[in-house]
Design a protein around this ligand. Structure first.
Ligand code: PLP
Length: 472
């Protein structure tokens, strides 16, 4: 590609992106393709000769776009939003153009130092103490895995050479994200040594049971080494009682990790800072700017007050990567399993600077406000119920019918292409989840979705005599 062509297609692609974001509501949120359709549509082998960009862009439009789930859609309300923003997209484009590898300070001083600066800014916004050292990983799953590895290193430094003994035990709630258990599996802790502590009626970890289990394990000559609390659980966004959990973790000398992948973003809003109460006592915490801080995936921020332990767990420097010692030259490869690393701080810096603290707070406040308003509407409807508290911007609700009725309702709503909601199971019952977090979501979008849900339930009632009447 010549430089002139690069310039021309670059402009064309940016124009496409601007049109896409402007007209996003015209796309169906969920693709209607069937599994395997795209594979069948595309050639089985790569082209022998280079093809013109016009043909590639045409195929992108005709084959790839119809197979997309539009996470940018303001009525994408499933899972937790992975919401980008225009400044984040521009940062991501420049990252690709620069294509630096920030494994060492020397391999790209800008990547290393901008990461320190942006994560210090974010730490201040979240009200976390200065001792928290920050590093960016790709996802919260990987960040939490690093927390488990650091906790293991603190409890049993021999593990690096000798391997696991099978005596280390970790604790998390039964509502915590599956990535915590996966991290424990990956690091050889073993599923038998991962305790899923029951929750209370608001889906928060039961601290009395945590203490009982840790004590029982200690009596059995096992070593409780890590407690993982969650601020904003995946199913309901519940907030574990972190201060009380910190007391217990401290009593047993265990590492405390806080998974605030989603909920941590709310702490950026000054009046919501309390959601992280107790987290200042944690050894580590993860928050995902790619969830609710409008930074394109992937960008997960890991903070720890014990970076030296993280480094001890992971540092292994082959000759070809040795550099001179300078305390200000941090080599980020020493703080994790990966060597190569993308310049993710660039897009976060673009987002933080362009949206500003005020801008980000305003969007998060609006999402929480919409959730409160919608939850009140759902609660006041005789055919629906809210199934869990709504501390952030996630609403769990259900139609007052059977699980099958709720499953059918969700499927119909999603098949309409007008919205995408997800589900969970709470206390053995199927529950619909509606998570607000997209930068483009307006109250009108949510009114439309609520109307769609009510109308679909009413229509289902016509199809199925077993369903009660849905009314306004
Ligand atoms: N932790 C919580 C509380 C989550 O809700 C999620 C995903 O939704 C994760 C961790 C995993 O996030 P990631 O996709 O960044 O690994």
């Amino acid at each position: 590609m010549t430089n002139d062509e690069f310039r021309r297609y670059g402009h064309q692609v940016v124009d496409w992106m601007a049109d896409y974001l402007e007209n996003i509501r015209e796309y169906p949120v969920l693709s209607s393709i069937q599994p395997g359709d795209l594979v069948d549509r595309l050639p089985a082998a790569a082209p022998e000769r280079g093809e013109p960009m016009d043909a590639i862009l045409e195929d992108f439009e005709q084959s790839i776009v119809p197979a997309l789930t539009h996470w940018n859609h303001p009525r994408f309300l499933a899972y937790f939003a992975v919401s980008g923003s225009p400044p984040g997209i521009l940062g991501e484009m420049l990252m690709a153009a620069l294509n630096v590898n920030g494994m060492l300070w020397k391999s790209c001083p800008a990547a290393t130092e901008l990461e320190q600066v942006t994560l210090s800014w974010l730490r201040q916004w979240m009200g976390l103490p200065q001792e928290f050292f920050g590093i960016i990983y790709d996802t919260a799953s990987i960040a939490s895995m690093h927390a488990i590895a650091a906790a293991r290193e603190m409890a049993d430094p021999e593990v690096r050479t000798r391997g696991n003994t099978g005596r280390l035990v970790m604790y998390t709630s039964e509502q915590s994200h599956s990535s915590i258990e996966k991290g424990g599996i990956t690091l050889g802790i073993g599923q038998n040594n991962i305790r899923q502590i029951p929750v209370d009626e608001s889906f928060r970890m039961r601290v009395d049971i945590l203490r009982e289990r840790m004590e029982a394990d200690r009596q059995a000559s096992l070593s409780p080494f890590l407690v993982v609390a969650t601020v904003g659980t995946t199913s309901t966004s519940s907030i574990d009682p972190v201060p009380a959990i910190a007391d217990v973790a401290e009593e047993y000398g265990a590492w405390l990790h806080v998974d605030a992948a989603y909920g941590g973003a709310a702490a950026v809003v000054p009046e919501l800072r309390g959601v992280l109460n107790g987290a200042e006592r944690a050894h580590s915490l993860v928050v995902n700017p790619h969830k609710w801080l409008f930074t394109p995936i992937d960008c997960s921020v890991f903070y720890t007050t014990r970076p030296e332990i993280l480094r001890r767990a992971f540092s292994l420097v082959p000759e070809y990567l040795k550099t001179g010692e300078n305390p200000r030259a941090i080599n980020l490869m020493d703080y994790g399993v990966q060597l190569g690393r993308r310049f993710r701080a660039l897009k976060l810096w673009f987002v933080m600077r362009n949206l500003g603290h005020d801008g980000i707070c305003a969007i998060i406040r609006s999402h929480i406000g919409y959730a409160q308003k919608l939850a009140a509407l759902i609660r006041s409807h005789r055919d629906f119920e809210v199934a869990a508290p709504t501390p952030f911007s996630l609403i769990c609700f259900r139609y007052r019918g059977s699980d099958d009725d709720n499953r059918a309702l969700l499927e119909k709503v999603n098949a309409s292409g007008k919205a995408f909601l997800s589900h969970t199971v709470l206390n053995g019952r199927f529950v619909i989840r509606l998570a607000i977090g997209n930068i483009a979501t307006q109250w009108q979008d949510l009114e439309e979705v609520w109307d769609l849900v009510k109308q679909t339930a009413a229509r289902e009632q016509g199809d199925d005599a077993g369903l009660p009447q849905a009314v306004n």
